[in-house]
Design a protein around this ligand. Sequence first.
Ligand code: SF4
Length: 62
Amino acid sequence: MPGSRAIIDGDKCRQEADCPPMENCPANAIINDEGFRYVDNSCRGCKKCVILCPYRAIIMVK
Ligand code: SF4
């Protein structure tokens, strides 16, 4: 979806080592900062991470 980007809901993210969104992001936009996850500006808005997150912790925003 052009113009939108992903953000991570910190209350829902379980910060697991095995993180399908992080492993499959085509832009490597999901950053693991000592366990804390966030999406950086290289997000392309593809929504792949939204589909892959088992905890529905990622949403798209404009
Ligand atoms: S929307 Fe796509 S590019 Fe952006 S963080 Fe999710 S998987 Fe990566």
